[in-house]
Design a protein around this ligand. Sequence first.
Ligand SMILES: [Zn+2]
Length: 181
Amino acid sequence: MVAQWEKEVGMPTEIEALRAIRVRYTHGRKSRIGREAPSVRAFSWWLEAAQLQDEKKLAQLTIHHQGACGRCGRPLTVPESVDCGFGPHCADELGVAWERRDTTSFHGEGELSAESAAFALAGNARFTLTSLKSGARFTYKVSKAKAKPGDTKEPPWFVAVLSGPDNTSDYEYLGCLWEAK
Ligand SMILES: [Zn+2]
């Protein structure tokens, strides 16, 4: 009911709110990966380009989700959800329209385009950045921390990079994204 009412009076949908968020990356002091590591530099480079919608920079890489919903992390099984990166329930909650784009590449992974920054902030995003120039690729997990009672500011997103063969568990913590006011 609330969602319906919000839609009627023109409140932004969840995906519109995610698109509007600006975040800054801070490297974790406890990270075992150095702040100048290629995976960290690649992430920062992409984040800035994605938030500024810098088409020229974004054209230098591809971004693919890992076949799991960016919001809840569950496997994507329907073609439309593979295309947009969100399962039926989450797409509905976010206000994401389902459109078949025929960009699906292989094994349920899908290419993300204009929505890549919003996708990354959706809560449980796993995605791979591939440099078209060097072929270097890194897979990241960006997960929103749970809000704790008494928190005075928005909880951050944790950023981790895939560092082993198991793409569900072998992630190494890099740092945090904080909402910029
Ligand atoms: Zn979902």
